[in-house]
Design a binder for this molecule. Sequence first.
Ligand code: TRP
Ligand code: ZN
Length: 462
Amino acid sequence: MDQWTLVRRTAPAAAVALLLLTSCTSGGVSGEPGASGVRDPYFPKLGNGGYDVEHYGLTLDYDPKSGRLRGTAEITARATQDLSAFNLDFHGMRVDAARVEGEKAAVSRAGDELTLRPAADLNDGETFHTVVRYSGEPATITDDDESEEGWLPTEDGALALGEPTGSMAWFPGNNHPRDKASYDITVTVPKGLKAVSNGELKSERTRGDRTTFHWNSAEPMASYLATVAIGKYRTKTARTKSGLPVLTAVDPTVAKDSAKVLARIPEIVEWGTENFGPYPFSSAGAIVEREDDAGYALETQTKPVFPGAPDEGTLVHELAHQWFGDSVTPRTWKDMWLNEGFASYAEWLWEEDMYEGGSTDESFKKAFDDKANWAFPPADPPTAADISSAPVYGRGAMVIHKIRAAVGDDAFYDIVRGWVATHRHGNASTDDFTAYVEKKSGKDLTGLWDTWLYGQDKPASP
Ligand code: TRP
Ligand code: ZN
């Protein structure tokens, strides 16, 4: 139903007159501003309403000496309502110009909300093109749990990390996992440095004293998984047995320490493929920075980031995230345990499959006995500061193990592969998951969810 039908049916004449008047003064159009957030339970202002991004074309120029970034974000999106204005999430920096459909758009900012008001309204269903030019020193964001993300300057360059909010420090966008899109990320840096990003390298070109690297991610990616790493890397290419390209970029100071573990990436990706189904992206790899460059590893799409040489468990964890988190992405930040529970369980599985004496029962028991895992139920972290703490990982993995015990190994692997295939390159919630497991297994697992996923208290026995 359009607005006029609605008005004709329900509004008294005076309201119709008023509506006509306001519409006429704004150019005879009926669009409304898109919402400033998508009501995430922890981050209500993340993401924006009224449109869905299809593609980001980011062209960046970084000068490590001054810490200054110049950027152009070209955003192709589809309107999901008639729009008079819409928001992008953007933190800090300066907006130099913005155009929508080739015409200058009015820009206003409040906090991390950048509002663009196009010259003409956008129609529901219309694909539209936005260009934002921006510059400045991108910020490092400190999260509620004191960890740092966003733009992290390093000894020889910089590193961009975005979980859960940090991508808005280096490009304007629809910064919620719900809106996945393809990306072209093109980065110009001083000659002698490299710029590494998600996906595959399409070109590398030096002109004078600057080098430009163009990376393409064809498969959908959530903004929190986008990365750029600038520095003096040693890069290496390999292939898995089935031909998937593997690209690693390693800081020279940690190259020796990480060579052996990184050489196992093809094997781990193949192991993941056997257990979870087809690898979801066109390439795999890793970025290894110096130990102090970041406080944690992150599952950035196709190329997880590690601060220093990863141990084997951490490498398995971040590669498992490519299926759990990167391909099947949480619907909101409350569904984090689906990422971390599965990635942690993958570590247990790897140990069981690869090592004499490794057993998921043993890992389960250890997690059960660890007091930290019982601070809160994994599907209900009390605050934003808790979405990456122990229960989301340890108790999340316990939930997966309990499902396996309840349905048996054959059904378990069918469920895991089916889940990954059903939501490939999409989003899924905890409710989607519990419903899927019950449907596939034909079992009522209410007791399991109540105790292990939602229960406040530790059960008397494992
Ligand atoms: N997802 C990362 C991992 O387990 C950890 C992490 C880093 C994280 N920053 C976060 C988790 C912020 C949640 C929120 O590999
Ligand atoms: Zn993880």
